[in-house]
Structures are given as C-alpha cells and as structure tokens.
Design a protein around this ligand. Structure first.
Ligand SMILES: Cc1ncc(COP(=O)(O)O)c(C=O)c1O
Length: 375
C-alpha cells in the first residue's frame, strides 16, 4: 500500500470501529418512510406520461445539452422555465443549477467577498456551509432558531452581511421564527437567504411566498429532487442577482447544463404541483395522524415539527440504530441518523411521511415505535 492508501485505510478503520461507516444500499422493497418524495411525484405515472409527452412534443431536442449554459448548452426552454418557476414562487427572476448542492455552493461562494460576513444557522445544510467556506467572507453560526444568538453575531458583522436559514430544516423538520429573523436581519441591514428545499411541496410556492415575504428576502433556493420528484435546483431573487450569478457563480459557469429531458421533467413536475391540492392535503393528514398515534412517552422524544420530517431523538447511536433495525425488519424503511452527521446527544431515527403512505402503515409504524420506547 502507498502512504496515501495507508492513510485512507486508517480513516476507514476509524469509522468502522466507531460504528459510523457509510455504505451504499440499493433500492429495497420496504415501505418508504425515508425518501424525500413527499408527494409521490418520483413514482407518479401521470408525471412520467406527461414528461414522455413533452419530450415527444419536442422531437428536435438533443439527448444532452452539449456544454455549459454560457457556451453551447443554453436553451430558450431553460430560460422560459426559469421565468415560469420564478413567477410560480413570486420572485422577479431565477437561475437554474444542476443540484441544490451546486446552487448553495455557487450562490454563497460568489456573493460574499473578503471583508463581508455570512451568518448561518447551526443546523444549516452542509451545502450552505461548504458554499460559505468557499467564499473569503467571515463566517459565524448562530444557535438554531435563536434570535438572541443571531443578534449577537449580527453585531459582529462587517461589510455586506448574509444570514442563511432553511424554511423547513432537513434534519429536524422544524420551521424557524421567520418574521423575527427577518426583522432582526433588516434591523442590522443584513440580507436573508432562505433554503426552501424541504418546504416546496408542503407549501406549493414555498413558505416564503406562502407568507408573502418574498420581497423582503434577498434570495431563496428551491430544489427539484425532493417533493418535485426530479433533480436540480433554482436560485430565486432579483434580475440583478441572476445576472451576477451568471457572471460569478462558478458552479453555474463551469459545468455542463442540464439536458432537455431533465428540464422537461422539472417543467412537468411544476405543472403537477399546481394541481396537487389532494396530495398536499393527504400529506398533511398523514403528518397529523402520525403525531396522534405516537404515545405520550414517544412524544417526549419527538422533535417539534409539523413537516413530513419527524424525528425520534434517542440520544445514542446504538439506540437509534436498534430502533431503525427493528423497524426495517418489520418492513419499514426508516434510517438512523447518527453522530457526527447530527450533534452528539441528538442521534435519532428520522421518519419521512408521504402522501402515499396509508393510514394502516402509519398506525403500524407508530405502534412499533411506541413499543420500542416503552420497553
Ligand atoms: C436544505 C437542503 N439544501 C440543499 C440540499 C441539496 O440539494 P440537492 O440534493 O438537490 O443537491 C439539500 C439536500 O438534501 C437540503 O436538504
């Protein structure tokens, strides 16, 4: 083994001995209480047919985009799609990225300059942390959803300041006090950026537009790989922001553009979302049902969330793994989220609810959870 391989092997051995070794698992036959396919769009035959139809309606479309958007890969179809998605979320403009990860990286690394400041909620998604790290700005994090902690960091800020939050947090499923955060951000002349990856779907336009706050938010991010059942993302904001990102966001500039197929899938997914009242209402009922079926003892360990993401915090990697194993053995696909992915002491089983989960499945899931907690 070379010196590099010896190093790699030692890091893997370390992971294995602390029980946090990651492996890839193929699809399974278990009941889905794990994926981000909140409204069942990824498995929707209706969506599949409408995407097929859209592709057939564009017989001259290419299999691949052939280049980056600034070279040969731009399509009028992509620009029209950006306009219609921006209008859907009630923003002036939008710019497509190949993933939410790329969008956060491109946005945060290009916006903030040396001497500027980025303040992130401590539970913000890794892609926002990585984007901030790639910038030359000063970085601070504030306690999750804590206005006093945010204000303390705002007092330290220099230059242009950006506060970055999620509207529905991916790991805890909770929603921040948006108005309070906006008010304090504005008081210090800072700019709010909201990642809406897990909110779009539960709120068709995203939570920001749902609350009518889009004019006070500097930029928002919607992703297509979760409730929209597809792949990719868009940064929403002013036309100036869009032009800036076209010029400076490296994860937009230096990558091959999405193919026509992918753009068609996103366009059709948004059309489906516009008529998805039934799926959204079933999803909300399923969230309510799950919370009603959880015993008082389990409720004690359940994080406060009205979103499809529901977490039972077991405070130990072993316990979280044990509960996940029991549920998987009984046919339910749920996953343990272990430290260091989440902070030590907050290890959990993360359950994602969907519009397609049946009442019977949810009742059984809750019963097994209650039995585990009561032992
Ligand atoms: C809050 C949040 N932002 C961004 C991303 C990245 O999005 P994508 O999966 O499209 O790269 C995720 C994905 O898990 C997320 O949860």
């Amino acid at each position: 083994m070379t010196a590099a391989e010896i190093y790699l092997k030692s890091k893997l051995d370390e992971r294995q001995s602390s029980g946090i070794y990651r492996t890839l698992k193929s699809e399974n036959e278990l009941l889905d209480f794990c994926s981000n396919d909140y409204l069942g769009f990824a498995r929707s035959a209706v969506l599949k047919n409408s995407i097929d139809q859209e592709i057939q309606n564009h017989p001259r479309s290419l299999n691949g985009s052939t280049g980056s958007r600034l070279l040969s890969g731009n399509l009028k179809y992509a620009e029209d799609l950006e306009k219609s998605i921006a209008a859907h979320h009630q923003y002036a403009a939008g710019l497509l990225f190949n993933s939410g990860y790329d969008a956060n990286i491109g946005l945060l690394s290009s916006l903030a300059q040396r001497g500027d400041t980025i303040i992130l909620d401590e539970l913000i998604h890794a892609s926002a942390i990585d984007g901030a790290r790639l910038s030359y700005a000063n970085r601070y994090s504030f306690k999750h959803n804590d206005i006093e902690s945010l204000e303390a960091k705002l007092k330290l800020a220099k230059g242009n300041c950006y506060v970055v939050i999620e509207s529905v947090y991916s790991m805890d499923g909770d929603t921040p006090p948006l108005l309070d955060i906006l008010n304090i951000t504005e008081k210090y002349g800072a700019h709010l950026i909201v990642d809406e990856a897990h909110a779009v779907g539960l709120y068709p336009k995203g939570l920001i537009a749902d609350l009518g706050l889009q004019n006070r938010v500097f930029a928002s991010l919607a992703t297509f790989g979760k409730a929209l059942g597809s792949h990719g993302a868009i940064v929403l904001g002013s036309d100036t922001l869009r032009q800036y990102l076209v010029n400076f966001a490296r994860s937009f500039i230096y990558t091959t553009a999405a193919s026509f197929h992918q753009l068609a899938a996103v366009k059709m997914a948004y059309q489906l979302l516009n008529g998805a009242e039934q799926e959204i209402s079933t999803l909300k009922n399923n969230i309510k049902l799950f919370k009603e079926q959880i015993s008082l003892e389990s409720l004690y360990l359940l994080l406060n969330s009205d979103s499809p993401v529901q977490c039972i915090v077991l405070k130990s990697n072993n316990k979280a793994r044990d509960m996940a194993n029991i549920l998987q053995n009984k046919g339910f696909d749920v996953r343990a989220i272990l430290s260091p992915t989440v902070a030590a002491g907050t290890e959990r089983v993360r359950i994602c609810l969907h519009s397609f989960n049946t009442a019977d499945e949810i009742n059984k899931l809750a019963t097994i959870i209650n039995q585990f907690i009561n032992v």
